[in-house]
Ligand binder design. Structure first.
Ligand SMILES: Nc1ncnc2c1ncn2[C@@H]1O[C@H](COP(=O)(O)OP(=O)(O)OP(=O)(O)O)[C@@H](O)[C@H]1O
Ligand code: SF4
Ligand SMILES: [Mg+2]
Length: 319
């Protein structure tokens, strides 16, 4: 059974921006889903929606079933408990959000004391174990964030996410601010720990190469929708959607900063959510667009076994 089932999720910000426009995805227990796409395509909005961390003015519809329970209709108290014990999140740029005036050990211990009602001694012991799991000596618990490198701070964020033994971790570009070698180390560490502890992972990145290496399945987002989804290696090596193909051609190297915002070989920019083109939203940039693509928006449909794509060329004309 799926641990996470997202059905027809739509998110519209108070500004009227429709950032997520009907996403359907599932993640099986213990499996890893990568989510890729250019800047502004709705990845962080999707990640924040999973734990209802969006601003109160954002309107969410659809279903986000975590172990069968809908996150969107949970009462506040239940949601708070789920945010640590059921699922936890490592934010984009989160390593800058550690509290500068508190020792990292105290910050990792906080959810244990609050959500697990651990005794101070038990929490201290668990903090030491967690630090060792992420490759830091237990004695570093007494360090302040400024005494750690960027990579070490990101390891602390992973320790915090693991603290209450969640069933799901959502990692939104957990390593973007790190240099390429450290990025690869931290991503491998996160992947190893979730595998060892049988935790499901939703990992967001611009970088298809990283996701293909670390995830079981891969979803490619464009203009707030998933336009391709399938087995990770298959999406990376044999994308069925022209946008998926352009993305995988664009990121031959892990964390290539030059291609981060503008995939090579792909003209133009993704559309502004406030002014989406009619038909297939990718058609103004699509190298193989047909005349009908300007008026017909293909749904995500089977393109190969276990692999879906939203393109008339792979799935036939929309009904
Ligand atoms: N709090 C907000 N209020 C209004 N609009 C927002 C808000 N946050 C994001 N948006 C808009 O929603 C769209 C999707 O943004 P989102 O941050 O989800 O993209 P992303 O794929 O995570 O991009 P990046 O790769 O740059 O992190 C963008 O058009 C963005 O401007
Ligand atoms: S539907 Fe048309 S425009 Fe859209 S990706 Fe396919 S070929 Fe390109
Ligand atoms: Mg983002």
């Amino acid at each position: 059974m799926s641990l996470l089932t997202i059905r027809d999720l739509r998110v519209t910000y108070g500004t009227g921006t429709a950032a997520v426009r009907g996403v359907d995805l599932t993640v099986a227990a213990g499996r890893k889903l990568g989510v890729a796409g250019e800047s502004g395509c709705g990845k962080s909005t999707l990640a924040l929606a999973l734990l209802r961390l969006l601003p109160p003015t954002a309107r969410l519809t659809g279903e986000i079933l975590l172990d069968g329970e809908d996150v969107l209709t949970m009462k506040w108290g239940r949601l708070r408990a789920v945010r640590w014990a059921g699922a936890s999140i490592v934010f984009q740029g989160a390593m800058h959000s550690l509290n500068a005036v508190h020792r990292i050990g105290d910050q990792i211990a906080e959810p244990l004391l609050v959500h697990r009602r651990a005794t101070p001694n038990a929490a201290r012991e668990r903090v030491g174990t967690l630090l060792e799991q992420v490759g830091l000596p237990a004695a570093r618990a007494s360090a302040y964030p400024h005494e750690l490198s960027g990579g070490q701070r990101q390891r602390v964020m992973i320790a915090m996410a693991l603290a209450c033994e969640p069933r799901l971790i959502v990692a939104d570009e957990p390593t973007t601010a790190l240099d390429v070698m450290i990025q690869a180390q931290v991503l491998r560490l996160l992947e190893r720990l979730v595998t060892e502890q049988d935790i499901s992972l939703v990992m967001i990145s611009h970088d298809l190469a990283v996701l293909a290496d670390t995830c079981d399945r891969l979803a490619v987002m464009y203009a707030g929708r998933v336009v391709e989804e399938g087995p990770a290696r298959d999406v990376y090596d044999a994308a069925r959607h022209p946008y998926g193909r352009a993305l995988s051609a664009a990121f031959p190297r892990i964390g290539d900063p030059a291609s981060r915002l503008a995939p090579r070989g792909l003209p133009g920019d993704p559309p502004d959510p406030a002014a989406l083109p009619p038909g297939c939203t990718f058609h103004p940039r699509c190298p193989v667009a047909l005349p009908t693509c300007a008026s017909q928006d293909p749904p995500l449909a089977p393109a190969a076994p276990g692999h879906r794509a939203a393109c008339v060329l792979t799935t036939g004309s929309p009904a």
